[in-house]
Design a protein around this ligand. Structure first.
Ligand SMILES: [Mg+2]
Length: 259
């Protein structure tokens, strides 16, 4: 390696409560899904499917989510919204052979969640990182396929910053499983030691980044108060802007080691 080459080539981010701020969200995540589930049910009814119990369908879907997530927390195998929807349709005796799942997910029409917004410094920090020449990527523990979450990224003008984006629903594993980090790094053609991961949850973001061999940075927004529970981040920052001096210091440390 050339002594002048910055060994940190890539910055990977978590999405929720790292790039976007969920502190203003009203209600539960499930309650924010309801209008979109209604869109799906309208689509099914328009396709001639007999839905005798729309409320029951939504309740079953909510219960299926809880059960799949409980399993995922043990196995670290991802929850896949497509499977959740299929299982719910079967439980309500819908003929899944006549349901085009892709069309149904498009009918869901995922959007940015009311009350969720960018942190004030997100765009400025991403601009600076891009100017410094870092490759940027995003890994989210989301059951939705990434193309569905892209609607949110587009709404916040984040989409163009992240050529590499992985949702756990697509990758098959959730953080902290190292596989999802390595899958993103492979797409970026970067080794773990050349990458920094920034996230808000010690137990999955940071534990996973440490296990996968990345430099870990814990973001601690004021509305969150997660216990470290024995997890040791390499760095802790209060705002995204604090990442910039951390990276500058990492570059300096390496220059010193290279001499
Ligand atoms: Mg998060």
């Amino acid at each position: 390696m050339s002594p002048m080459q910055n060994p940190i080539q890539a910055i990977l981010f978590d999405l929720d409560d790292t790039l976007i701020d969920w502190s203003g969200r009203q209600g539960t995540y499930f309650s924010s899904m309801i209008p979109h589930l209604d869109n799906m049910l309208d689509h099914l009814e328009a396709g001639g499917h007999a839905l005798t119990d729309r409320e029951g369908f939504k309740t079953t879907l909510g219960e299926t989510l809880v059960s799949h997530w409980s399993e995922a927390k043990v196995t670290l195998q991802a929850v896949d919204f497509r499977r959740v929807v299929q299982d719910t349709c079967r439980a309500h005796y819908l003929d899944t052979s006549r349901i085009d799942l892709m069309e149904l997910l498009h009918a869901y029409d995922n959007k940015a969640i009311p009350g969720v917004d960018l942190f004030p410094d997100t765009i400025a920090v991403l601009d600076e990182l891009r100017d410094r020449g870092y490759k940027l990527g995003l890994i989210t523990n989301s059951m939705l396929p990434m193309w569905m979450r892209d609607a949110e990224l587009r709404a916040y003008d984040l989409l163009d910053y992240f050529p590499v984006r992985l949702s756990s629903g697509d990758a098959g594993y959730i953080k902290p499983h190292p596989q999802i980090y390595h899958a993103a790094l492979d797409q970026m053609d970067v080794r773990p030691a050349q990458a920094v991961f920034v996230g808000d949850r010690p137990g999955n973001d940071i534990a996973g980044a440490n296990a996968a061999g990345l430099t870990s940075v814990l973001l601690t927004p004021p509305h969150l108060n997660y216990e470290l529970n024995g997890v040791t981040p390499d760095h802790i920052i209060g705002t995204l802007s604090d990442l910039l001096p951390v990276l500058t210091a990492l570059e300096r440390t390496t220059e010193k080691n290279d001499v």
